[in-house]
Design a protein around this ligand. Structure first.
Ligand SMILES: [Zn+2]
Length: 298
């Protein structure tokens, strides 16, 4: 469910239907379902079931590694807006949207790129941790860049649906995933992303942050954590970097999850804003960290 107050501000962003607004101060905790974000300092990172399984040889074995964001399959996923407010870490998250319309723009040459290399260059050069919410179609269009992201030990990979279609009705004019297809859409995206390895997670972000009880129930079999965010940079279709920087720095706090985009043509000022955002974070004593570390801190 999207906050009603955000909706009018966001209605204009229909071209690629990437969410962005300067109204980032609005609490996102009104989303349905349990929100772990209110736990504050005692935030406990949901983990996969530690129940031992029995191998073919009869030997007990435990999961090789806990994947960040993994929750017990079959339970409704928690919805997280931010981590504990203690400490000094913040998560920079970058959504990589890709719709059929965007693919068409690339094919016809109308748009050159939906991958902002300057963002990757900067994060790599400055050794800044970040988390990328990837659509399956973006990964399929940019396999080399996905590899580059996966190969960086400071970057985490997360799920932003297969083709950036909405999981609810009435979500910024986005086409809708049929209710029966939602589980498969999210599962397919994990299947596209996982072969790249690196720091895989079970974090999931809905297009437009639109979710309701049915959408959350559809994700239950997958054992994921839904991540919204508490600082919306408003970078899609921004025509200047100043409002992006202001939107972030005016609202960022310890534990914040900042939503930005790595989609170049649809968010072409983000790379201009990013160095200023990083400088502003430094001035405030805030340190970017991978999403899993921000949520687990405290
Ligand atoms: Zn998106």
């Amino acid at each position: 469910m999207i906050r009603p107050r955000l909706r009018p501000l966001l209605g204009v962003l229909v071209a690629a239907a990437i969410v962005g607004t300067a109204a980032s101060a609005i609490a996102l905790s009104t989303a349905p379902g349990p929100s772990t974000s209110t736990v504050g300092g005692s935030f406990v990172q949901p983990t996969a079931s530690a129940a031992p399984s029995v191998s073919a040889t009869g030997q007990e074995r435990r999961p090789a590694a806990t994947v960040p964001g993994a929750t017990r399959a079959g339970t409704r996923p928690p919805v997280v807006d931010h981590g504990p407010r203690s400490g000094n870490r913040v998560a920079l998250t970058f959504d990589a949207d890709m719709t059929d319309g965007m693919l068409q723009n690339l094919r016809t040459g109308r748009v050159k790129s939906y991958a902002n290399l300057r963002i990757l260059d900067l994060l790599e050069r400055e050794q800044v941790p970040a988390t990328f919410f990837l659509t399956g179609k973006w990964v399929e269009r940019y396999p080399d860049l996905t590899r580059r992201i996966a190969d960086n030990p400071r970057f985490e990979l997360a799920n932003h649906t297969y083709g950036h279609a909405a999981y609810t009705g009435n979500c910024y004019d986005l086409p809708r995933v049929p209710p029966k297809g939602m589980t498969g859409d999210a599962a397919k995206t994990f299947e596209v992303i996982e072969p790249y390895g690196g720091r895989q997670t079970r974090y999931f972000r809905f297009p437009g942050l639109c979710h309701d009880a049915a959408a959350l129930a559809a994700l239950a079999p997958l054992g994921v954590t839904v991540v919204d965010g508490d600082v919306v940079s408003g970078d899609p279709f921004a025509t200047a970097w100043e409002p992006i920087v202001r939107a972030v720095l005016d609202h960022v706090r310890p534990g914040s999850v900042v939503i930005m985009h790595v989609t170049e043509a649809n968010a072409r000022m983000t790379d201009e804003a990013l160095p200023r955002i990083l400088a502003g974070l430094r001035e405030r004593g805030l340190v970017p960290a991978a999403l899993s570390e921000v949520l687990a801190a405290g």
